[in-house]
Design a protein around this ligand. Structure first.
Ligand SMILES: NC(=O)c1ccc[n+]([C@@H]2O[C@H](COP(=O)([O-])OP(=O)(O)OC[C@H]3O[C@@H](n4cnc5c(N)ncnc54)[C@H](O)[C@@H]3O)[C@@H](O)[C@H]2O)c1
Length: 441
């Protein structure tokens, strides 16, 4: 049965805490695409197809033609940053996109200036923040963000909004008592509890307004019981954590393949260098720890050493990130994978990926914004596990093992879209019609 989905009428406001490399590459990219200067490469929602029905039916529309997504022409952008720099200047500073291309779309980007940020230097020590809200309590800060959201909606005539966290990675924290219930969390906001991070304040503001919230960094943010409770109360989709790009994207493509062929893995050493502001923030051990935990969880969940101790029980997995300014946003990563095959004979795989971090992340922001808006219009709320495809460390309900295998994640995403649109789910069984084909030959 088809889910009732409200139409994508009117403008969709996409607001982002953090107007740095990822956010500006995303905004400038959408502006270039809608003025026919470029194609939305890397965006599954815009460029991907989805098979419907049996293989014999040859129905394979573009996803954007299959589900009612917001049109790129209807998107408006805004955000907050600790530096008062417009999106054009911030994109130039990030050094990701060609300056000539940026100049050609400059005026649209110059018009987007950041709102004052909610910031706490104990969560991101490596930044010298200058454009920051001042308030007596963390609850006052949350109310100021709610006010920003309402003003943005009004001034930009938005029918709907989504918020995507594109700000720096906060220091590593674990959920504690103040995150356990909405009551405790709201009390904590009023008392300015130190364990409530800025990202949680933005998430609280968005979710209390019923605005879908997506977390692109590995911070806890909305992955706490209090905000899951609030999302249920306000019928709001939420999701995270940490955009899956670069080295981890490669890991979740390669590891499921090795595991599918029952090949053993003894060691996986991942090292990378990057020189953007993200790299600078991650150069602090507390912030690196947050990223490390997110990156390390992937292999364990794909390979399941508990089920196959002979193949993966000895696996040594190491991840290093090195700040190296000369490379800017052009991250270079090296992976050395020690595998073993028949009778235990060792082999090695070496990967040297020269990627562009924000070029990989921008289409992920677009898809997450469009799909979480779709989820909201389809009446889906709470954790959107079907969007795990886009995350390094997918948020799940407590007790549920996240799915990291990118191919299973894709099947889940596509089946969710089929389910919403009342199409048959695809199991890839085929036996139900194979015999008919054989007989017809
Ligand atoms: N680029 C990728 O491939 C990728 C992949 C996964 C996750 N991420 C995460 O996405 C985030 C953005 O990455 P980036 O390369 O754009 O980094 P960036 O440093 O260029 O941009 C982050 C921006 O956030 C701002 N900021 C920091 N704290 C803030 C706050 N409390 N409120 C508002 N603004 C704040 C900073 O001033 C900066 O401009 C990082 O957390 C990064 O770890 C990026």
């Amino acid at each position: 049965m088809r889910t009732a989905i409200k139409p994508a009428e009117g403008r969709l406001g996409i607001v982002m805490p953090g107007l740095g490399a990822v956010a500006t590459t995303f905004i400038a990219g959408v502006q270039a695409i809608r003025t026919n200067r470029a194609l939305p490469i890397g965006s599954l929602s815009q460029m991907g197809n989805i098979r419907l029905g049996k293989r014999t039916e040859n129905r394979c529309p573009r996803i954007r033609d299959f589900v009612p997504l917001a049109d790129l022409d209807d998107l408006v952008f805004g955000g907050w940053d600790v530096y008062d720099v417009d999106v054009h200047a911030s994109a130039r500073n990030a050094g990701v996109l060609d300056p000539a291309m940026l100049a050609s779309i400059g005026p649209a980007l110059e018009a987007i200036r950041p709102m004052k940020a909610v910031f706490d230097e104990t969560y991101v020590p490596n930044l010298d923040a200058r454009h920051v809200k001042q308030a007596a309590t963390k609850m006052d800060l949350a109310e100021a963000v709610v006010e920003d959201l309402r003003r943005f909606r009004r001034e930009n005539d938005c029918a709907r909004m989504v918020m995507v966290w594109c700000a720096s990675t906060e220091k590593y924290t674990k959920a504690s008592e103040v995150h356990e219930t909405l009551d405790a969390f709201e009390r904590g906001l009023r008392n300015s509890h130190p364990a409530i991070a800025p990202s949680m304040i933005y998430a609280y503001a968005a979710i209390s307004e019923g605005i879908p919230f997506v977390n692109g960094a590995p911070n806890l943010t909305c992955d706490i019981p209090a905000l899951i409770e609030l999302a249920a109360q306000t019928d709001t989709p939420i999701g995270g954590k940490d955009f899956k790009t670069g080295q981890t994207l490669m890991k979740t493509i390669i590891a499921p393949g090795l595991q599918a062929r029952a090949l053993g893995i003894r060691g996986w050493f991942s090292s990378n260098i990057l020189g953007n502001r993200d790299g600078l923030v991650l150069d602090h051990p507390d912030n690196f720890r947050t990223k490390e935990v997110s990156k390390l969880s992937v292999l364990r969940d794909i390979l399941r050493p508990d089920l196959s101790p002979e193949l993966y029980g000895e696996l040594y997995h190491k991840v290093c990130i090195n700040y190296y300014p000369p490379h800017g946003d052009n991250k270079e990563s090296w992976d050395n994978i020690d595998i073993f095959g028949w009778l235990g004979y060792p082999m090695q795989i070496k990967i040297n990926f020269l990627c562009r971090d924000s070029i990989l992340a921008a289409p992920v922001v677009l898809d997450l914004a469009l799909f979480s808006d779709l989820a909201k219009r389809a009446g889906m709320s709470g954790i959107q596990e079907w969007l795990s495809f886009y995350f390094k460390s997918p948020q799940t309900l407590p007790g549920l093992r996240p799915e990291h295998d990118i191919f299973k994640q894709l099947i889940k995403l596509q089946n969710t879209l089929r389910h919403m649109m009342g199409e048959d789910l695809i199991t890839h069984l085929g036996l139900d019609y194979y015999q008919e084909l054989v007989e017809a030959l």
